[in-house]
Write a new protein. Structure first.
Length: 416
C-alpha cells in the first residue's frame, strides 16, 4: 500500500510540476543574471513563459532520482544495520567459514573443524552453527482467511553447542541452556503462530516428526546467526543428523594461529569479526542484484525521456533562437540560455525526486517498524545524486544548445 501510494504521489507531482516552475525559474534566473548577465535574464523569461516544457523534462528526471535515491537509501540503511547489529551479536573474535559453494548455498565445513579450532592455543570457546529447515506440524498453521487453506510454515533452525554458545553470540532475550528436546523461537515466530513459552509443538525434520518443547523466546537483531529457531546439538541430530556446519565461531587465540591450524584444510578460511559479518551480510543481500538491474533500466528510460524532451523543445524553438541571434545575441548567450533551462530541470526534478525518495522510505519505515529501513541518509548521498543528475542534464543539453546557437537567420524567418 505504501508503494502504491508513492507511485500515486509521483504521478501527482508530475502533473503539478508546472506550478513549481515559476518560483524555481525565478531563482535560477536571478542566479543566472548574476553569473551570465543578460543571458540569465533571457533564460528566466523563457523558463517562466513555458512551464509545461520545463516540467515535462523535470518529470522524467524526478522519476530517475526517486528510483535511485529510494533504492540507494534502502540498501545503505540495510547494509549499515547489518554491520551494526552483526558486530553487536557476534562476541567471537574469529570465524572459520567455507570458501566454496554448492547448489544449495554455502559449502559445509568438515566435521572436525570445531575440534581443530578448540585445540589452537588461546582459544577459550569454539561453537559450530549448523543449519536445517523444519516444518511446523502442530499447532497447525493459521489460515489467511476462513475461505483459504492454511499455508505451510517452514522455519530455519540453527543448532549449536549450548555450553559454548553464550561465549560466541550475544542473543537478545532470556535464553537458557537448551536441553535435548527443547527449542527456542524468536519472538516474531511465536507471535505470528500464537505459540507460548512451555508449549509442546511438533515439527517435521529430515528424520520425520519430532515433538519439542518451547523453552524460551529470543531475538537475533542481526538476522545473521539464528534468525528463527535455535536448538542444541543433540536436538539437531534428531531433526537432521546431516545438517551442515555453516560456520565455526571462536573466541580467543590469534588469527595467525588459527590460519596455521587450517592451512592444510582446503576450502576453509579464517576471518575476523568484521570480515565474517560482511560475508554473511552479502549472502543476505545477494538478491538485490536483480533489483539493481530493473532500477538501472528504469533510470535509463527516465534519462532518455528527459534528453528527448530537451532536444525536442529546442527543435521547436527554431524561430525564437534565430531571432535572438538576429537582434544581437551571441552564440555563447544562446547556449547559456539552454544550459540555465537545463539547470532548472535539474533543480526541479532533483528536489521532487529527493522528496519522493525520502517520503517513500520514511513511510515504509513507519508502516513496518523495521530498523533496517531507517531514513537516515549519509550526507554525501543526495549531493552525489544531484551532481549526477546535473552532469546528465548538461550532457544531454550540450547538443541542443549547439543546434540552437547555429540556427540560420533565414531559416528562423521562414519557420512558423
Amino acid at each position: 500500500m505504501v508503494l502504491l501510494g508513492c507511485m500515486t504521489t509521483v504521478a501527482a507531482l508530475a502533473v503539478l510540476a508546472p506550478f513549481f516552475v515559476g518560483p524555481l525559474g525565478g531563482l535560477v534566473g536571478r542566479i543566472g543574471t548574476a553569473v551570465s548577465g543578460e543571458a540569465g535574464r533571457l533564460a528566466r523569461a523563457t523558463i517562466t513563459r513555458s512551464p509545461r516544457r520545463v516540467s515535462s523534462a523535470a518529470s522524467s528526471l524526478m522519476l530517475g532520482v526517486a528510483l535511485v535515491g529510494a533504492t540507494a537509501l534502502t540498501v545503505l540503511s540495510v547494509d549499515a544495520r547489518f554491520a551494526e547489529t552483526g558486530e553487536q551479536v557476534m562476541r567471537a573474535e574469529h570465524a572459520i567459514a567455507a570458501t566454496g559453494a554448492t547448489s544449495g548455498g554455502q559449502a559445509p565445513l568438515p566435521r572436525d573443524t570445531v575440534a581443530k579450532a578448540a585445540a589452537v592455543p588461546g582459544v577459550s570457546a569454539a561453537a559450530a552453527l549448523t543449519a536445517s529447515q523444519i516444518k511446523l506440524v502442530s499447532p497447525p498453521p493459521r489460515r489467511p482467511s476462513p475461505e483459504e487453506p492454511p499455508l505451510p510454515v517452514y522455519l530455519a533452525v540453527t543448532g549449536a553447542d549450548q555450553k559454548a554458545l553464550p561465549e560466541v553470540l550475544r542473543l537478545g532475550g532470556r535464553l537458557p541452556r537448551l536441553g535435548d528436546g527443547e527449542i527456542a523461537l524468536t519472538s516474531t515466530v511465536m507471535k505470528g503462530q500464537k505459540i507460548k513459552k512451555g508449549q509442546r509443538i511438533v515439527v517435521r525434520g529430515a528424520q520425520g516428526r519430532v515433538p519439542l518443547t518451547v523453552a524460551a523466546a529470543y531475538h537475533d537483531p542481526s538476522h545473521l546467526f539464528a534468525d528463527q529457531a535455535l536448538v542444541s546439538a543433540a536436538t539437531m541430530d534428531r531433526l537432521d543428523p546431516d545438517a551442515p556446519a555453516q560456520v565455526v565461531l571462536t573466541r580467543g587465540g590469534s588469527e595467525r594461529d588459527l590460519a596455521r591450524a587450517f592451512a592444510d584444510t582446503p576450502g576453509v578460511e579464517v576471518l575476523g569479526k568484521g570480515a565474517y559479518v560482511n560475508l554473511a551480510k552479502g549472502a543476505m543481500t545477494s538478491g538485490l542484484t536483480v533489483i539493481y538491474g530493473f532500477i538501472g533500466m528504469a533510470l535509463v528510460l527516465a534519462l532518455f525521456g528527459m534528453a528527448t524532451t530537451v532536444s525536442m523543445s529546442v527543435g521547436e524553438r527554431t524561430r525564437e533562437f534565430g531571432l535572438l541571434g538576429a537582434v544581437g545575441a551571441t552564440v555563447a548567450q544562446i547556449r547559456a540560455i539552454v544550459r540555465w533551462e537545463a539547470a532548472t530541470v535539474v533543480l526541479l526534478g532533483g528536489l521532487l525526486g529527493i522528496g519522493t525518495a525520502l517520503g517513500s522510505v520514511f513511510l515504509m519505515y513507519v508502516a513496518t517498524g523495521s530498523s533496517f529501513l531507517a531514513p537516515n541518509p549519509p550526507w554525501w548521498l543526495f549531493p552525489l545524486v544531484i551532481a549526477g543528475a546535473a552532469a546528465v542534464a548538461l550532457a544531454t543539453s550540450a547538443l541542443p544548445a549547439r543546434r540552437a546557437a547555429e540556427v540560420p537567420l533565414l531559416e528562423a524567418a521562414k519557420s512558423e
